[in-house]
Design a protein around this ligand. Sequence first.
Ligand code: NI
Length: 146
Amino acid sequence: MLLHPQANCTTAPKTASSGTQKRKPPMPDKINLVNKLALFDETWTPKIIGALNGQLVKLAKLQGDLTWHTHTGEDELFLVLEGSLTIQFRDSEVHLEQGDMYIVPKGIEHNPVSPEGASVLLFEPEATKHTGNLIIDQTVTDQQWI
Ligand code: NI
């Protein structure tokens, strides 16, 4: 027998104040982006993998193009994990490869396009809709945690 609970007890000794102290929440597990990306195949369907300070961290797979849209109140971050992505603007565009990051400023109309496909990490306020002020067939209103 390797364990001797009584001899190997890790419970902190009781103090006068221990009754009022809150139990510490468990520490979160680490998140592996490769493993998370393997959990889904749907395109243009952001999945939530983390939350902090009112913001959500999401993963999305892109293929083809989404739609022209604008986020009036939020900047939108794209970090390309795999593949490549072009973000079109009305008078210019930016091409992103693996490892590239771009933040679309709020109020700027844009259209993400990825003919070959891409996996991206997004970071945005909880209220942000991925199709901005447009509700279209591809709009996912209740985004899933994975
Ligand atoms: Ni957008």
